[in-house]
Design a protein around this ligand. Structure first.
Ligand code: RB5
Length: 183
């Protein structure tokens, strides 16, 4: 699989270790940084990884920040992304088996390095169960498509307000308007 890996400054030291593991497991890594230990806002990194997962450039993403939460919140704004904040083997396993999570979000501050390594390995090797879970994930996808289509059409209406010709306007008075105005 192609896996994008990104961290903010809190995950800076873990990043090379996670990358090394993912590559050792036989995957191709796209390293999106951060490349310096200086503070960087987690949405900046989350959005790079999430965009690549959403558009299919990579199959999966791994994001690490202090708690794993900010990265997860930001990544889930992107269509096609199912990011899960995981903190043990069970949440890792279920995020794959039931939710088909495609982005794993981890806490650099709360999880030990060995646990993180085990979780990454488990997450990359656990398949989606499908079946009834596929129906539920499909509902998430539909919900997302619906909400994005709605937001797009609202934005288009705001950019290009449609001025309707009088004869196209809905007849809200049920044909009464002519009569009432002539009275
Ligand atoms: C950075 O201080 C911290 O807020 C960030 O790493 C993460 O924990 C956010 O959710």
């Amino acid at each position: 699989m192609r896996v994008a890996v990104g961290t903010d400054h809190r995950g800076y030291e873990l990043r090379p270790k996670v990358i090394e593991l993912v590559e050792r497991l036989g995957h191709e890594v796209l390293d999106v940084g951060t490349f310096k230990p200086d503070p960087i806002d987690y949405p900046d990194i989350a959005s790079i990884v999430a965009q690549k997962v959403g558009n299919g450039e990579v199959d999966r993403g791994i994001l690490i920040c202090g708690t794993g939460l900010g990265m997860c919140i930001a990544a889930n704004k992107f269509p096609g992304v199912r990011a899960a904040p995981c903190h043990d083997d069970l949440t890792v396993e279920m995020s794959r088996r039931h939710n088909d999570a495609n982005v794993l979000c981890l806490s650099a501050d709360l999880l030990g390095e060995r646990l993180i390594q085990r979780m990454v390995e488990l997450w990359l090797s656990t398949p989606f169960d499908g079946g009834r879970h596929a129906r539920r994930v499909e509902k998430i996808i539909q919900l997302e498509q619906h909400l994005h289509a709605e937001a797009r059409s609202e934005a288009e209406t705001q950019c290009h307000p449609r001025t309707q010709p009088a004869d196209e306007k809905p007849d809200l008075l049920g044909g009464q308007s002519q009569q009432s105005s002539s009275r």
